[in-house]
Design a protein around this ligand. Structure first.
Ligand code: HEC
Length: 155
């Protein structure tokens, strides 16, 4: 075997001990978006399958997402996604953040930018049909509320 290949394998082996901290803080399940809005089972399952691995504290990491360095890349996405909108603590978010998320979500879904394409590639359960996209778009648009546009104006 080529020496560089052996070195690479050893380095990757050692790197497996260097993992991101994926623990989550304690949070109140009553503040969860789905707990608060109680949509139909169909909608709930879709939102969980398509958004919750990143935009919540309920991220599930299959084995290939736990390997260093993939885990750092995944961790970064999850941190960023939670920053933009953590649906597990929805009830505690500032109105401005909720408005922003709900305003963007339909566009992001409609354009195929959410869920992230790099994610659906490895997670077939999050690959959406056009009909499923519409269900999700309707759900998030419906949460915006009649006075959201006024608040956008006021910004
Ligand atoms: C693989 C992880 C992942 C999944 C799954 C995912 N997102 Fe995201 N989301 C991100 C990341 C990372 C960002 C921030 C960076 C960006 O905008 O690309 C983000 C940003 C967003 C934003 C804010 C966009 C902005 O410009 O402010 C919205 C809205 C959003 N996601 C909605 C959703 C919805 C709705 C779903 C489910 C249908 C979803 N996302 C699924 C990772 C994800």
């Amino acid at each position: 075997m080529k020496r560089w290949l052996l070195i690479l394998i050893v380095l990757l082996g050692v790197a497996q001990f260097i993992r991101p901290d994926t623990s989550v803080p304690a949070y109140d399940p009553a503040q969860d978006l789905l707990a608060m809005t109680k949509p139909s089972t169909q909608v709930e399952q879709l939102v969980r399958a398509a958004c919750y691995d990143c935009h919540s504290y309920e991220s599930e990491y299959p084995w290939y997402d736990r390997i260093t360095p993939v885990n750092w890349w995944v961790h970064h996405h999850v941190e960023e996604a939670r920053h933009h909108g953590n649906l597990s603590i929805w009830g505690t978010l500032a109105q401005k953040r909720k408005d922003h998320f709900l305003k963007d979500a339909p566009d992001e879904i409609g354009e195929g930018d959410m869920p992230l394409p790099a994610y659906t590639w490895m997670h077939p359960k999050a690959r959406l049909t056009d009909a499923q996209r519409k269900v999700l778009i309707d759900f998030f648009s419906g949460l915006r509320g009649p006075d959201a546009a006024d608040r956008d104006q006021a910004d």
